[in-house]
Design a protein around this ligand. Structure first.
Ligand SMILES: NS(=O)(=O)c1ccc(C(=O)NCc2cc(F)ccc2F)cc1
Ligand SMILES: [Zn+2]
Length: 260
């Protein structure tokens, strides 16, 4: 059945059959090779000003775990860095592996992390999200790598505790009073490049801002994430894991770094 996913019959190698953009020249994710990155001293630092009251719900859509925010006005915005103007926070979600050794979508000098968190923002000058994804400067995604370690970041606990209530596809729970900027690592260093959604329809509308410093999670927290199911409640159990797209051809794109 044509619904896209991450299995052998509907996975990344076949997305182009229904979503031709998947074979475009500015696809994401990519492999970052720090030797080819260009330091750009004109890149300013990025700033997030998020309203904790904008957080609404957390859901399992069978492909990821997503927290949704109120983006009906400039309530939680990201500005600066490579961006011009304020981009509205719409949702955050994660990609993870079936083991701690892989799961991130971007890779740095061959290193894959256990997971990758994406904070998705859109440019209100394009009216609405659907309009923004048709524009090259329509969407900005902050990517944060999750690394398994012994000093896990307590701020991830809130999202992981909620997983109990959204175990199967279609489950949704209230998720309020949450400021996602608590998830940012100490350093603001980032890489930036122009790319696409890493899932169909793979529109090439994203300014990627990938944070250099990973945040730490525990192996138990990763196991928690892997306890999500991609099936609905009354269907056979199927673990929601390995919901990541492999790196795509760079096709001559330049990756800039805000740091030396
Ligand atoms: N992994 S990622 O950060 O690159 C990413 C970010 C957002 C979306 C998204 O909004 N999908 C839904 C969606 C996409 C459309 F293109 C049109 C409508 C729509 F709901 C998908 C992937
Ligand atoms: Zn994503």
């Amino acid at each position: 059945q044509s619904v896209w996913g991450y299995d052998s019959d509907n996975g990344p190698e076949r997305w182009h059959e229904n979503y031709p953009l998947a074979k475009g020249d500015k696809q994401s994710p990519i492999e970052i090779n720090s030797k080819e990155v260009q330091h750009d001293s004109s890149l300013s630092s990025w700033h997030a000003s998020y309203d904790p009251g904008a957080a609404k719900t957390i859901l399992n859509n069978g492909r990821t775990c997503r927290v949704v925010f109120d983006d009906t006005f400039d309530r939680s915005v990201l500005r600066g860095g490579p961006l011009s103007g304020a981009y509205r926070l719409r949702q955050l979600h994660l990609h993870w592996g079936s083991s701690d050794q892989h799961g991130s979508e971007h890779a740095i000098d061959g290193v894959k992390y256990a997971a990758e968190l994406h904070m998705v923002h859109w440019n209100p000058k394009h009216g609405n999200f659907a309009g923004a994804l048709k524009q090259p400067d329509g969407v900005a995604v902050v990517g944060i790598f999750l690394k398994v370690g012994n000093t896990p970041k307590p701020e991830m606990k809130r999202i992981l505790e909620e997983i109990e209530n959204i175990k199967t596809k279609g489950k949704e729970a209230p998720f309020q009073h949450f400021d996602p900027s608590i998830l940012f690592p100490k350093s603001r260093d980032y890489w930036t490049y122009h790319g696409s959604f890493t899932t169909p329809p793979c529109e090439e509308c994203i300014t990627w801002i990938l944070l250099r410093e990973p945040i730490e999670v525990s192996s138990d927290q990763m196991a928690k994430l892997r306890s999500l199911s991609k099936n609905a409640e009354n269907e056979p159990m199927s673990p929601l894991v390995d919901n990541w797209r492999p790196p795509q051809p760079l096709k001559g794109r330049i990756v800039r770094a805000s740091f030396k």
